[in-house]
Design a binder for this molecule. Structure first.
Ligand code: MOS
Length: 709
């Protein structure tokens, strides 16, 4: 298996997951099942009040229970350092486990019980008596509350943008759309709940974890416990889904706290129900979109105002108004965000943060404008294609939205669509089709990698990627094989270990692009250093890369992926049931590294769009302040029966400034999907649904109101 002169086109070739066999046979070991001698188990105790303070924790009876080793709470926990800025911004006070007696929301961690077995820990945790001094809480999210305010900043971008005069523009517009849209709290619900196993070994802290980036978690843990960063090792070899909330969370802090005190390996695994209060979620949003246009649909005004809830302890901005900054230009153009502080957990990034709820509002409004102008929804969007960044004036690195619509419309069969709503009946079903545009930022962040030529002719890639289900490990093998000019089988890949060095996290749709940049750079350098035909020494030959400088030198451009989404739905007006019959997404999202896993990634996003449009809703109970039915029985995510024939396609769209041509496909699959479905429901029924999810009761109520009118 020596390097071939002509090279190979491994990138772009479908390849099954390298760890697939291990996963399906159970050989892959996850953070919640790794075994260490002497392992003991911790269970978090969460507050039952939504606001107040802890008066007392009565640990004595629990300490007398079978197997219980210790209990930590605000009265006896070691001091932690929470005064630092991590990779994703200022530290969430949630990580300052048991540092004071305040309770800012229902489900706040108030204690940790550690016992010999998970069952003993859980029973003891359930028995722990915590006495609270409850205060009145406020969890009511509605638009128009006077306490809403404009935040100072957000890790995901600018809070407000503005050019031109919106009010004057609306007054001068022949056609105006003004509508309010809402989306509920939504939860990540990875298949694998968060789990971490901590131990001290040879003077180092080792954390076997399920996360999106070991450098992020290792850095946070070192800071929190004031440890030398070199003494902290975090591994996350297999991760059963993440979607934005597998950063540093209370379970890792709890595991390290207990392992340090007990000097025994400690595992803290969260229960499914605990995920509904301690690992973040997508906040509820209320969005107002105002569009002004000429009679032919050309936009004069785009005004998108988005409100979301945040907690009393941290600010989280769901940047829902952001898609309009990329998709459409207008003389008067304003996008702005507001927050409402409530006694709820701090929201966090969730697949396409901002773009997912924001595209529902914006792309629904565009459909309303198309209706009012009597212009086909695709034609309306193409008439509004900007030449350059609407706000920056910078060129796009590439913008193939038009191709996505042309190719998508052809495959979906859009031509000849009757634009009239509510006129297609098939038995008891009303049938309609809808479409939406989508965009998501494409970025790369500095990363390091090492590629080693081994004496046996194989190659070892070390890159601190995290494979959260995307197939990152396999993608890196393909990228390395192509750069080395060898068979993919000759490449082994080591990932997800903080000892491998710094790298981008699996987030922001930037992981694959960032890691591939580093891997291809190291592989190319190695190839230059190897003498063809000469034997490789026993210790191998290693080349290393650091992409910091190269990425810092990227020319300023508008860098985005684009997509078109199409959906066909059937609505039963007698029951209010909505069935998605088929969906088709067409993506211009850079060079596709592994078509097999890329298709899965895009389809997964589209499935989530169905889920978002029709099912998902975290119902917050005003009385308790918590989520009602916070589990997979009470919170419905799209299941097989909800998912019809779905297709994901892509158009050729290599990024001109990326060494591998990648843009990133982590998140764009969900963007626009809910809007395409909502627009199809309008086309089927003639009723606009501006509040997600489009539940049967909402369809029935709207149908009755429409019948009265
Ligand atoms: Mo993604 S929401 O950046 O993990």
């Amino acid at each position: 298996m020596t390097a071939t002169a002509e090279g190979k086109s491994a990138v772009g070739t479908g390849h099954v997951r390298l760890e697939g066999l291990d996963k399906v046979t159970g050989a892959a070991v996850y953070a919640g099942e790794v075994h260490f001698d002497g392992l003991v188990h911790g269970c978090l105790v969460l507050s039952t009040v939504a606001r107040g303070r802890i008066r007392s924790v009565d640990a004595a009876p629990v300490l007398a229970m079978p197997g219980v080793l210790d209990v930590w709470h605000h009265g006896n926990a070691p001091r932690l350092n929470t005064d630092f800025v991590g990779m994703l911004g200022p530290t969430d006070p949630l990580l300052g486990l048991f540092q004071n007696d305040r309770v800012p929301h229902a489900g706040w961690p108030v204690a940790l019980v550690v016992a010999e077995t998970p069952e003993q820990a859980r029973e003891a945790a359930d028995s722990l008596a915590v006495d609270y001094e409850a205060e009145p809480h406020d969890v009511e999210f509605t638009a128009g509350r006077p306490e809403a305010y404009t935040p100072g900043g957000t890790p995901v971008g600018t809070v407000e943008t503005s050019k031109g005069d919106v009010e004057a523009g609306l007054a001068a517009s022949a056609v105006v759309v003004e509508a309010e849209y809402t989306t509920p709290e939504e939860y990540h619900n990875s298949m694998e709940p968060h789990a971490a196993t901590a131990r001290w070994e040879g003077g180092r802290l080792e954390l076997v974890d399920s996360n999106q980036g070991t450098p992020m978690v290792a850095g946070d843990i070192a800071q929190l416990f004031s440890l030398d960063p070199e003494s902290v090792r975090v591994r996350a070899e297999h991760v059963g889904g993440a979607f934005g909330n597998k950063g540093t969370r209370p379970h890792q802090v709890a595991a390290v706290m207990a392992a340090t005190a007990l000097r025994r390996p400690v595992r803290v695994a969260l229960t499914r129900r605990q995920l509904f209060s301690v690992v973040g979620y997508r906040p509820a949003t209320a969005q107002r979109v105002r569009l002004g246009a000429d009679p032919d649909g050309r936009l004069r005004v785009l005004d998108h105002l988005a409100l979301n809830q945040t907690s009393t302890t941290s600010e989280y901005v769901e940047a829902s108004a952001s898609p309009g900054r990329t998709l459409y230009d207008a003389d008067a153009h304003r996008t702005s965000h507001r927050l409402l502080r409530l006694d709820v957990p701090t929201p966090t990034f969730m697949r396409a943060p901002g773009e997912a709820p924001g595209s529902f509002a914006l792309e629904s409004a565009l459909d309303e404008l198309a209706e009012k102008c009597g212009v086909d929804p695709i034609e309306l969007r193409l008439r509004n294609e900007p030449e350059a960044g609407p706000l920056s004036g910078l060129p796009f690195s590439s913008r193939n939205l038009r191709a996505c619509f042309e190719e998508g419309a052809r495959r979906f069969g859009w031509a000849g669509r009757d634009p009239r709503p509510g006129v297609r009946r098939e038995g008891r079903w009303l049938v309609g089709t809808g479409t939406a545009a989508a965009t998501f930022p494409s970025g790369a962040a500095p990363s390091t990698a090492a590629v080693t030529a081994e004496a046996d002719g194989s190659f070892t890639v070390g890159v601190n990627a995290s494979d959260i289900g995307t197939g990152a490990r396999t993608a890196m093998a393909l990228v390395a094989a192509e750069a080395l000019g060898v068979d993919t089988d000759a490449v082994r890949v080591r990932i997800a270990d903080s000892d491998l060095g710094p790298a981008m996290i699996a987030g922001g749709s930037m992981g694959t692009r960032s890691w591939a940049w580093a891997v291809s750079a190291a592989a190319r350098e190695l190839r230059e250093r190897l003498v063809p035909g000469a034997p490789v020494p026993a210790e191998g030959v290693t080349a290393r890369s650091d992409t910091g400088e190269a990425i810092g030198a990227l020319p300023q451009k508008e860098r985005y992926s684009f997509a078109s989404q199409f959906a066909e739905v059937a609505v039963d007006p007698a029951t209010g049931e909505v069935r998605v019959r088929r969906m088709l997404g067409t993506f211009a999202a850079g060079r596709i590294v592994n078509p097999l896993t890329a298709r899965s990634q895009l389809l997964g996003g589209m499935v989530w769009g169905i889920s978002m449009a029709l099912h998902e809703e975290g119902a917050r109970d005003r009385a308790s302040g918590g989520i009602v039915g916070g589990d997979l029985a009470g919170y419905h995510v799209a299941a097989n029966a909800d998912v019809p024939a779905i297709e994901a396609h892509w158009v050729d769209d290599p990024d001109p400034d990326d060494p591998v041509g990648i843009k990133g496909i982590g998140e764009i699959g969900i963007v626009g999907a809910a809007a395409a479905i909502a627009n199809a429901v309008w086309h089927a029924t003639g009723v606009r649904h501006r509040h997600l999810p489009i539940r049967p009761d909402r369809v029935l109520t709207a149908g009755q109101e429409a019948a009265k009118a």
